[in-house]
Design a binder for this molecule. Structure first.
Ligand SMILES: [Fe+2]
Ligand SMILES: [Fe+2]
Length: 133
């Protein structure tokens, strides 16, 4: 699947926790895309929960380490979480179609762009701090 290869070298940012979380995210997105109608609601809900934790952990790193572009990065997270929340509500109301389309057509491209830009900026900043530069 396009932009959902956990071994894609663009996704190796060199921060163990971030890289592991991203690999888990990709696997969960793929499982949710492939899920049948019975399994889909619980998997989407699990993905939403995983993403909340994923973003909260990055935001904690940003704040703790005074990372650049923190405001922009948090705003991007907030935008995606708001979308996921809306889709989750639709799924619970028995209308999963838009969530499925978004998961397949929008989220993978968003993840690729986000990881190679804002998450990459964060990881590079953490690297520099660790190296004492
Ligand atoms: Fe991330
Ligand atoms: Fe992020």
């Amino acid at each position: 699947m396009k932009n959902l290869d956990p071994a894609d070298p663009r996704y190796t940012l060199g921060h163990a926790t971030i890289d592991r979380t991203h690999a888990e995210f990709i696997e969960l997105v793929k499982r949710t895309i492939d899920a049948d109608g019975t399994a889909f609601p619980a998997l989407f809900d699990a993905l939403y929960a995983h993403t909340r934790e994923h973003f909260a952990a990055e935001e904690a790193l940003m704040v703790k380490n005074a990372a650049p572009a923190t405001q922009e990065h948090c705003a991007e997270h907030g935008r995606i979480l708001a979308d996921m929340r809306r889709f989750n509500e639709r799924i619970l109301a028995g209308r999963p179609m838009m969530a499925r389309a978004w998961l397949r057509d929008t989220l993978p491209d968003w993840f690729a762009l986000h990881t190679t830009t804002l998450d990459s900026v964060l990881a590079a900043h953490l690297h520099r701090l660790q190296a004492g530069q």
